[in-house]
Design a protein around this ligand. Structure first.
Ligand code: MRU
Length: 321
């Protein structure tokens, strides 16, 4: 945060252009979350926390804060880190100064948690590991290390060989645009593959394990992540490949009993009709665009959290401790 401004990386022109954007008030911050200037569950949470801090700086009356909370919390309905972060600012802050401090604490905690996830996930990677990932669960999506990428970056920085299959992730191409850009900058060998190619490489024995992030984990371990994650998990099971979710405990929603209760964000049809401004469907065609799908717990080998590796059925226990 610089003064009252929240400064973010504008993810929309990546990988071709690196741009910082200054969000001047909580409404601009909410809009940046809604229109995917920034994306990824953890980055959404951290940015929303700063948005709430901006609201405190603007007017700390209860009425104004309640309205600002509503504006921010409705931007992305599936990613539960958003609500967790906003609730924390409201509960823990009592004025503008402490609101900024809480937002900073939330961001720092993400960094620490992702680092832990890197350590806990590291032993899962065999020698010369070939990892498949979907969407962007890298540092752009969740501060500094990423969730799915944390074990990969940890291995790579320690000189271990690791290769990544990157699903392109239509319609917004987070894999092709963001994950590949991150891995390239970090020097991690990888190949981007069309979304339909994952099964082919799994069947040929070219994938050792899958690691993806999460936007909301229900109390029974069912997990919402970017659309297409479910089919990758089914294919992994069919091919005897372990399938891991990497996420901080703030992505677990103890109030959500199972995947059916997870709200799935429906985004504009235009994200399917257009790729970077070029229409790829016939004029007049309709499209459906759910942003996430739910992977049932039975397809998940383990959930890597900063509090340890959990079986999906153990998620509940985490909240009873
Ligand atoms: O719609 P997005 O780009 O915000 O979705 C991102 C994902 O689904 C990520 O895989 C997810 O947030 C988990 S990693 C933090």
């Amino acid at each position: 945060m610089e003064g009252r401004n929240v400064v973010v990386i504008d993810q929309r022109p990546l990988p071709h252009q690196f741009k910082l954007l200054r969000l001047r008030n909580h409404r601009e911050t909410a809009e940046a979350i809604r229109n995917m200037t920034i994306r990824g569950a953890g980055t959404i949470g951290a940015t929303a926390a700063y948005g709430m801090a901006q609201a405190f700086l603007e007017d700390s009356s209860a009425r104004y804060l309640r309205k600002a909370y509503e504006t921010l919390v409705t931007t992305r309905p599936t990613a539960v880190d958003l609500k967790h972060a906003l609730d924390r600012v409201l509960i823990e802050a009592h004025d503008a100064k402490t609101a900024v401090a809480v937002a900073e604490r939330i961001t720092d905690e993400y960094v620490e948690r992702m680092k832990r996830i890197g350590e806990i996930g590291l032993p899962l990677l065999p020698k010369n590991a070939r990892v498949l990932t979907h969407c962007n669960a890298g540092w752009l999506a969740i501060v500094d290390w990423g969730s799915a990428t944390a074990p990969i970056y940890t291995a790579h920085r320690r000189g271990r060989k690791v290769f990544v299959w990157v699903d392109e992730t239509r319609p917004r191409c987070q894999g092709a645009n963001l994950t590949s850009w991150e891995l390239l900058n970090e020097g991690v060998p990888h190949k981007v593959i069309a979304d339909n190619a994952a099964g082919h490489f799994m069947q040929r024995g070219e994938v050792d394990l899958c690691i993806v992030g999460a936007d909301r984990i229900a109390a029974n371990g069912d997990t919402a992540n970017k659309l297409g994650t479910y089919e990758k998990a089914v294919l992994a099971k069919e091919n005897g490949i372990p399938f891991y979710i990497a996420a901080p405990s703030s992505t677990i929603d103890p109030h959500c009993p199972n995947g059916d209760a997870i709200p799935i964000e429906e985004r504009s049809e235009d994200e399917v009709h257009f790729i970077r401004g070029v229409r790829v469907t016939p004029r007049g065609a309709r499209a459906a665009n759910p942003a996430f799908d739910v992977t049932p717990a039975k397809y998940i080998t383990g959930i890597i959290t900063e509090r340890g590796m959990l079986k999906p059925r153990e998620v509940r226990k985490l909240w009873k401790r």
